[in-house]
Design a protein around this ligand. Sequence first.
Ligand code: MN
Length: 341
Amino acid sequence: MTRLDVAPPASEGPVDCDGPRALVVEAREVPLGGVRGMEVHRTLPHRALPMVGAWCFLDRFGPQETRMRVEPHPHIGLQTVTWPIVGEVRHRDAVGSDVIVRPGALNLMTSGAGIAHSEYSLGDGPVALDALQLWVALPEHRRHGTPAFERHEDLPVLPLGHGADAVVVMGELGDVVSPATVHTPIVGAELRLAAGTRTRVPLRPDWEYALVGMVGEVELDTGVPVVDADAARRDAPPSSDGAASVSVDATRLVYLGTRRDHVEISAAADARVFLLGGEPFEADIVMWWNFVGRSHDEIVDAREAWEAQAPRFGAVVDHGPERIPAPPLPGVRLTPRRRRV
Ligand code: MN
C-alpha cells in the first residue's frame, strides 16, 4: 500500500526520458500496515521517476522477522506482482483465491475496476519474510475490466551465458515469454549471476528499463554519467562524475532509460538482480493509496466505494469485518506524475 503522496504540479511538464540514462534511486524506508506494521523499502514511484514502462510501484519487504497482518484492502487499475525471496505468505482475495505465496512462484493479481485482498504470514509469531512486490498499471482497455488472480510455478529461463541466466517472470526477454497474463509490452525478470560472471542482457531499444538489487550486488556498465534521482528532483546539477559503472544492490534501483540494445553486468560473488522494463506507458497516471487511475475524481469515487463497503471490491474469502480504512484525501486535487529525468 502506498502512503498519501501528492504529485508535483502538472505545470512542470513532461521531461525527456528518451535515451540511455543511469539514474540512481536510493530506496527509502516506508512504514506499512498501520500500528503493527512492518518497514518496507520503496524505490518506485519516485518524484523523478514515476514509472518504468507500466511498472509504477516497487517495494521490498524484508529481509526481516515479522508477523504480517495486512487486512483486506482494495486496489483499482493495476496488477500486483508478488515475487517472494524468503518465507511464505497466505494471500486471500475477493475472487476466491486462498493460496500460500512462496519463493519460485509468481503471484499475479489483476484488479481491473476493483478487488480486495489480505496478506498474512503463517502462524502466530514472527517469521522470516522477504519479497518484492510490484504494481503494473493497467492500460485503458483493461483497467475497467474484471478482477483475476493467477500463479505460475514453472517460469521459463533465458540462458545468458557465462554463468548467468534470467527467470522471465512477466512479459518477455530475448525470445523467452512468461506465461503470465500481461496487458502492455513489458518485462520483469530475475537475473541470476554466479560468482565471477560477466554477462550481456539483451534489451529492446524502444523500451525503457531499470535494475534493482535482490541478493548480493552486481556492477553495471552504464555507458553514461551516473545521476542521483534526489539531486534531479531538487533541480540541482547532476552529481555526475562521468562514472561508467555503478553497483546495484538491494538499497537502490538504477533506471537505464531507452535506446539500449543490451546492458553489461558483472558479479564478484553470487548475485540476483531484478530487471523491469517495457514500452513507455501510454498515459500519465494518478496514484494514491492503493489506487491507480487517470484523474482525481476516479480516485475519490474508488475511495468512497471502499468506505461505503460497496460491492465493487467484493468480499475477501474467509474474512470477517476486518478491513483497512482508506486514509483521508489530501486537501488538494491529485494530479498525474510526470517525468523529471
Ligand atoms: Mn495490496
